[in-house]
Design a protein around this ligand. Sequence first.
Ligand SMILES: [Fe+2]
Ligand SMILES: [Fe+2]
Length: 236
Amino acid sequence: MKRHPMGRCFAAKLAAPTLNQQHPIASWAKQYAGSPIEFSSQHTEALSLLMPLLLCGEQSAQLVFQQQALQLAQHQPADSVLALNEVEADEAWHDEALQLVFSQLPELSGQHQVRRAAQRFYSGLGRSLSLQQQFVRIASLDACVTQLMQLIERGSIGSRHPFSLLCGLIKKDEAKHVYVSKHFAQHLGASVHEMAEERLWVLGALMTLLKQQANQFELIGVDLDKLEKKLELKWQ
Ligand SMILES: [Fe+2]
Ligand SMILES: [Fe+2]
């Protein structure tokens, strides 16, 4: 597949993803891979700069779930490992589909800076954390991503645009990931209090990253302050 030069986020090599052809995003890809996905010039520029943020998130999630599946495989029943493999397969599709869009967007000098900020954020997020803490963080992060995807889906690109349709599909998967990650976190001993505290920390950290591109989000009709307030209200 043709990739954008900024499409790869981490040096760590991902195991070859298994792209399940029954996945809802497989149908999306089948429908839209053949012809160019068109955006207005404003949206083109905004998405060119926002895409590294989204892609680094997907690739970091793939890496984390691969590692977690390996760790858990040693002492957990096979069906719970299977749940992690399914999440990893979703993330592989998110990456693949976003790459398809990104490969059609221009190269801009500002992309390097955005990617660097995203790399720092995502590699800092999981550093020296226990498996339980990692699940707590992912549950929180994916809850934020679920809301963000919904805002993009309903934003100014237009709800029938292929990219908005893709964000809607990603949103559904992320909501499922929140459920799976929460389940593992609780199973490994995370308390309700710990999860609540961590959620607000993750939200703050993610917002600091995203707000560096607040203008670009605004161009696609996403108000980050509104997103933050909504999640704070929900979680406080
Ligand atoms: Fe994802
Ligand atoms: Fe996810």
